[in-house]
Design a binder for this molecule. Sequence first.
Ligand code: NAD
Ligand code: ZN
Length: 366
Amino acid sequence: MQSIRVELGERAYPIHIGAGILDDSSLYSAHIGAGRVAVVTNTVVAPLYLERLRRALAGAKIDAVEIVIADGEQTKEWHTLDRVFDALLEARCDRQTPIVALGGGVVGDLAGFAAAVYQRGVPFVQVPTTLLAQVDSSVGGKTAINHPRGKNMIGAFYQPLAVVSDVATLATLPPRELRAGLAEVIKHGFALDRTFAEWIEGSIERLVAGDAEALIYAVRRSCELKAEVVAEDERESGRRAVLNFGHTFAHAIETGMGYGKWLHGEAVAAGMVMAAELSARAGLIGEDDVQRVRKLIARAGLPVAGPGALPPERYFELMAVDKKVAHGRVRFVLLDGVGRAVLRADPGKQMVREAITAAAAAAAAH
Ligand SMILES: NC(=O)c1ccc[n+]([C@@H]2O[C@H](COP(=O)([O-])OP(=O)(O)OC[C@H]3O[C@@H](n4cnc5c(N)ncnc54)[C@H](O)[C@@H]3O)[C@@H](O)[C@H]2O)c1
Ligand SMILES: [Zn+2]
């Protein structure tokens, strides 16, 4: 097992990463005293891992109140949150009762927000079971639910006591979900660390195949890189925005296609190719680096262009309503070299249009 620390002063916390560590009672007793916790999970993850977590907790003399919500992004909303509060109150959970999130990003975001506001905040532990949750959503303390008018519109920054990431749980993940998580791993490499990008280039087949050792390293390095950025800028007033590499395009794809058609990671993958094309047009990188981004994403089995149904003009409409609009102008995260993402003001419609079209043309030529 490996452990890293997210350095956030008095809110600092460890992330434990390994294969098979879900069953390790000592990991829970290190952060939670004997007593009771509320485990929030969903109908897909519960039959797979809830009993094992319950037993591991019991080994640390911790009883578990089980709260099982429905599966899917559409459950990340107010009514489900309210049902979680009902269950917590029903079981007489108090300010000392930790909430443990067992599941993907949806469970983590919802349970984390519940922990942030239930009785003004209770201790929170994350046990992420998707690659996306292990490399991205469980790090950084963003918690939220969706509002009918926008994704993640109601939320809080709330850091957990600890994160327990067991890569062995990824064995049951649908391959498409694993690949979607790899998009965020690739993002961390290209946006933040050239050496890591090179390691991913040499390891992508093992990662796609679910090799535990490769996954442990990918999760660990992703968490380290994201944690560094978060430690610098916990509340995203500046630097943290580089983690949105590919995301301005991705959000347009997700909204434009209707949530669920494209997985978030798939949209991010296509968005990174477009952002790389845009970076080349802005004179920051050469065509060879654009090819590196495109090639790695293709090898991961992820899309290298947006959906044909979405013309560039639609992207502009969708980007205009994106919450990342800063003072009426869209900001883009561009590459100033492999491993070096930079924030730039909108380089103009013509260049953005060319970047979208170039990604589509290269994909079609294949
Ligand atoms: N808080 C953040 O910083 C942050 C960052 C990125 C994404 N997010 C959020 O994360 C969410 C997406 O997370 P996700 O991609 O993990 O989706 P998800 O939680 O919906 O999980 C994907 C699917 O896999 C299932 N699943 C989970 N673990 C499994 C396992 N081990 N075996 C088999 N099936 C399993 C889930 O039930 C679900 O059907 C979005 O709501 C997004 O907004 C948050
Ligand atoms: Zn993302």
